[in-house]
Design a protein around this ligand. Structure first.
Ligand SMILES: [Zn+2]
Length: 672
């Protein structure tokens, strides 16, 4: 953790910690796209400008590179996803492996993450010398070759509906076929390969497939769209990468057409597909949660690129409503296992939360775009909540096991069931028959640095507070922090343009009482630090430092009175991190405990699960009888329970739950 503030004795001297922490080779420069997402604070700084430094996110990224990526490559191989492409490339008569028509996307999402990791390969990275990225590069080369050779002469790519043993004819089932969803992930992998590696092979394949879709479903084509949104944001990115406006027009067509009720669906209702009403008329996020947030992310891209301020304002409304009424405390989305869908407003049961890991990722994709488009700090507050809770919990501590759904409570007698998957393993699993989440975790982890900061010619805005080295036109800085476990964020200028520039840091809404100092030749307090953006504009000099101190109080929260599922319950956070109680740490069944207080834990441990625990103060109050619905007395009081002396328990970060033996867990603890 950073030490106490030290006045800078010389404006030209960078602190030793900053020099040593980031004294590594720069990443391979990624090629600038033809256009980019942009907004009032500028454009996102990509991989060549942001390198994560020592801290939690860098640790996650290292684990991704060394463990999760190789694991995913192995599992994709084992599950037959690559063999499906080989069927087409080699004209084999083998049947399609798998029961879902979107298994190509496991390969594409893995490729997207792999492209980022291979792009970082020239770093002094032990993973390279140990050979794990050698296997990863073999996968990359094999997959690109098979995808390219499996492409049909008309440009179509899709292993489920092409070749001998195809499930159906191409384009025969737009509601469930996922063919344009597949295209979307292909495009995203291809753009990553182009930008991170300068490899255009996959981009050529993706463009031919996209051109086929534009021909078939463009302005003069069939007015149709895919049952699973995803291609919208990919087509906008393809437009940004290539400068070809037809892809942007197509994305807008798909956004505008959706909701006309033309998808021929049988099992799921129109709401599942967001096909019951146009996006611009939705009053709240609805239906299949991943579909909804992918659609909204793509629509935000369309709004930015077409200057559609009405659409952007509507998307802001949908986001705000979602965060206020349909998001779990963890940022998880999707209350219903049935249809993997959003529930009604305030329908947020803890133990039956679906909160699919993919929905967390899609919501971060949407939220990042909305932040860039609007400059709103509070949007990133919500993204950060998702990042450290609903997203992070999806991956096991060891990096090779995954949750599909992410409940906030596990009953002692719970049998884990995960969507269409049933039975089997008690907690996280190595892979799934429907493995959308694991490679999604991989690709997002690999590109965390792309979702940290934005800049324009005169300002650098750091939205996600994390250690790293950030270069921009106006300012190059080093950020040293142990956030989210420590509230001190130290930003040291390495280089400044010869003109006034603005350095901005996000101050989360919960950080009441935050302070900041500017440390140069002398140290001065920065006045007026409050939720939103801390902005300091001046003529900066190398070695000067902005130090932000966020009070990471242990906070207890309750819930909105309409949120019936958690009424009478309390949860604990520290900064953006939600905490929970696991049975291993409790002196009695977790359902018998009443939380009466919470505070910093006086002692720390080296145990990876409990190291950042806070201390909960609990009483043991078992039910007085087994009566399920005891009658109130004439004063309205229920039966009283014997109360034990207060005892303390460690409340561990929620994202780390389930890394010990299977046991009961609660985020929301009883208040009485
Ligand atoms: Zn998923």
């Amino acid at each position: 953790m950073p030490g106490p503030a030290v006045p800078v004795s010389s404006a030209s001297t960078a602190p030793a910690s900053a020099r040593t922490a980031f004294d590594v080779a720069s990443p391979t420069p990624s090629r600038a796209p033809a256009a980019d997402l942009r907004g009032p604070l500028g454009r996102p700084l990509g991989t060549s400008a942001v390198r994560l430094g020592p801290g939690l996110l860098a640790d996650w990224q290292g684990r991704n590179r060394e463990i999760t990526v190789p694991h995913t490559v192995r599992e994709v191989g084992r599950a037959g996803n690559l063999e499906n492409f080989r069927r087409l490339a080699d004209d084999s008569r083998a049947p399609y492996a798998g029961r879902y028509p979107f298994l190509d996307t496991d390969v594409y999402k893995a490729l997207e993450g792999v492209a980022y990791e291979l792009g970082r390969e020239d770093h002094s990275d032990p993973a390279v010398s140990s050979g794990c990225l050698g296997t990863t590069r073999d996968f990359y080369e094999a997959a690109v070759d098979l995808i390219a050779r499996g492409q049909r002469p008309d440009g179509y790519v899709g292993t489920a509906f092409a070749g001998e043993g195809a499930l159906r004819e191409p384009w025969s089932d737009l509601a469930w076929g996922h063919e344009m969803y597949n295209l979307g992930h292909l495009v995203q992998a291809a753009v990553a390969a182009s930008r991170q590696l300068g490899d255009q092979r996959l981009l050529a394949v993706a463009r031919r497939f996209a051109d086929l879709v534009v021909d078939r479903y463009g302005e003069d084509g069939e007015p149709a769209y895919c049952g699973h949104p995803e291609v919208e944001m990919a087509l906008v990115e393809l437009y940004r990468e290539t400068g070809e406006p037809a892809y942007l027009r197509q994305a807008r067509l798909f956004v505008d057409r959706r909701g006309s009720g033309t998808l021929r669906h049988s099992i799921f209702p129109a709401e599942y597909f967001q096909d019951h009403a146009p996006l611009r008329e939705l009053t709240s996020v609805t239906g299949h949660a991943v579909r909804m947030v992918y659609l909204a992310a793509g629509a935000t891209d369309v709004a930015v690129e077409t200057g559609d301020t009405d659409l952007l304002a509507h998307l802001e409304h949908l986001w705000d409503d979602m965060v206020a009424t349909k998001s779990y405390l963890t940022g998880g989305l999707g209350a219903r296992h049935s249809d993997e869908a959003f529930g009604d407003r305030y329908e947020l049961p803890s133990e039956r939360a679906y909160a699919e890991t993919c929905a967390a990722i899609g919501a971060m994709q949407w939220g990042w775009r909305l932040f860039v488009a609007t400059g709103r700090a509070d949007v990133l507050d919500a993204v950060e909540r998702i990042l450290y809770n609903a997203y992070a919990v999806g991956l096991g501590l060891e990096g090779a096991s995954f949750f599909y759904d992410n409940p906030l409570q596990r009953r002692p007698d719970h049998e884990q069931r995960s969507g269409a998957e049933s039975g089997g393993e008690p907690l996280r699993r190595a892979w799934f028959g429907c493995p959308c989440c694991p490679p999604n975790v991989v690709r997002w982890m690999a590109q965390l640095q792309d979702h940290v900061a934005v800049a324009d010619d005169t300002s650098l805005t750091i939205g996600i507070l994390t250690a790293g080295r950030i270069d921009s036109h106006a300012l190059d800085v080093d950020v040293v922090t142990a956030y989210p476990f420590d509230g001190e964020v130290e930003v040291t200028v390495r280089r400044a343009a010869d003109a006034p520039g603005t350095l901005a840091l996000r101050v989360p809404a919960w950080a009441v009482g935050a302070t900041a100092t500017l440390e140069g030749a002398e140290t001065t307090e920065v006045p007026g630090v409050g939720p939103g953006w801390l902005r300091v504009t001046r003529r900066w000099a190398a070695g000067e430092r902005l130090r932000l101190r966020l009070p990471l109080r242990v906070r207890r929260v309750t819930s909105h009175p309409h949120l019936d599922a958690t009424r009478g319950a309390v949860a604990v956070l520290r900064g953006p991190v939600v905490h929970c109680l696991e049975q291993q740490d409790a002196p009695a069944p977790v359902d018998d405990l009443v939380l009466v207080g919470a505070r910093e834990r006086p002692t720390s441990t080296s145990d990876p699960v409990t190291a950042y625990a806070v201390e909960g103060l609990v009483e043991i109050r078992p039910a007085r009888s087994a009566e399920p619905y005891p009658e109130l007395d004439e004063t309205g009081a229920g039966p009283s329970s014997p109360v034990s002396p207060v005892t303390s328990v460690p409340l561990v970060p929620y994202y780390l739950w389930g890394n010990r033996e299977p046991a009961a867990m609660r985020v929301w603890l009883r208040q009485s």
